[in-house]
Design a protein around this ligand. Sequence first.
Ligand SMILES: Cc1cc2nc3c(=O)[nH]c(=O)nc-3n(C[C@H](O)[C@H](O)[C@H](O)COP(=O)(O)OP(=O)(O)OC[C@H]3O[C@@H](n4cnc5c(N)ncnc54)[C@H](O)[C@@H]3O)c2cc1C
Length: 396
Amino acid sequence: MAMMDHDIIIIGAGPAGLSFARAMAETKLDILLIEKQPESVLADPPYDGREIALTHLSHKIMNELGMWGLVPEEHISLIKTAKVMNGHSPYALSFDHTEVGEENLGFMISNHRIRKAAYDSVKDYPNVTFLNEVTVSKVDTDDDKGWVELSNGERLEAPLIIAADSRFSNTRRMMGISTNLLDFGRTCIVCTMEHELPHNDTAYECFHYDRTVAVLPLNNGQVSVVMTLTSEEDTDVLAMDEQEFSDDVAQRIDHKFGNLKLSSKRYPYPLVSTLAKTFCANRFGLIGDAAVGMHPVTAHGFNLGLRGAQTLAHELQNTLQSDGSFAPNIALERYSRKHRKHCLPLYHGTNALVRLYATTEYRTAKFARKALLRLGNHIKPAKRFIMNQLTEIKDI
Ligand SMILES: Cc1cc2nc3c(=O)[nH]c(=O)nc-3n(C[C@H](O)[C@H](O)[C@H](O)COP(=O)(O)OP(=O)(O)OC[C@H]3O[C@@H](n4cnc5c(N)ncnc54)[C@H](O)[C@@H]3O)c2cc1C
């Protein structure tokens, strides 16, 4: 094979791209990460309001990749109980850590701390380099290689190109991979709040008819609040003064935490979920949100990104020869098949759940919402299934 600039080019050094680079770093393959943000931002990412709920499988993968130990312990919070509520009804679908025999159901870490840990875990590998403050203006592949053309005019070649450039991936589009895009016409506002009553490590998801509010336990007297509302309403809610907003959230969750006080900026995110029709093409793979961009209500996005990064890394390593050559297309196809099989039910299930809980129109939907919570509590296999999706304990 002709000499190439790198063995693997990864486009996008977000949490998925960095995790994949780290998962491949020990192979000694020459890996290049192309990222439009400056390296100083990767080294010290700003807070973005996202508090990420992580499963036990993600804990295990982050441990194996040396990322977990790089997050200071005081910034890792535990979820021990989770309750799903329908409006102001006191009835809840409940999950408790004792049912899975673990200390907790899951973990909470801020997105910026995950990004920092992922960067710190990979930055010192001599075979991993960064090219920052450039974007990819063209990408293509042929039988022998893939290549990218950059905004600075440079052209780089590698046997394998991986896109980790977000759910709105431009390079996925350039490669002609079509994508299902579901715009919910809603916005998610995230922030942290101080609370008066103890949260007891309990996460609440309250589905109201116009808005949903999730409250997730954090350390140091804080909770993370995730509110979804129609995009028409978001300007008004963002414009509320701090007291009005705090009182509104407290009332929507029936004062379960007593008085609340806003303790961060409010960060709006448009709610759009995406699913690429395939996760691979010739010498080209999609990982992270570029493969599947989840609605945050079931907190699966990065958990899936991490699992996918590890799956692809394993498949590539399985084809790696002692001379450093590898079989990208075989690995990509195996990865795409395995990862899609795992993602598809979660993607469609999450979207169906969102539709059911966002509708105000149909009596049957209202009935189904109530019934679902009761079935979830009383039908043991259903409960076990949901519990495993929440914790991914069985997948360890
Ligand atoms: C409100 C909210 C709450 C969430 N909560 C959870 C949760 O509880 N649990 C969970 O698992 N997930 C959660 N997620 C999802 C999680 O944040 C994402 O899945 C994860 O951040 C995706 O990582 P990524 O690396 O694939 O993409 P991104 O984080 O989007 O990173 C993409 C990177 O690519 C770079 N880039 C883009 N285009 C180019 C280009 N052309 N050239 C070079 N670089 C480029 C960007 O600068 C960026 O660094 C949540 C998401 C939101 C919005």
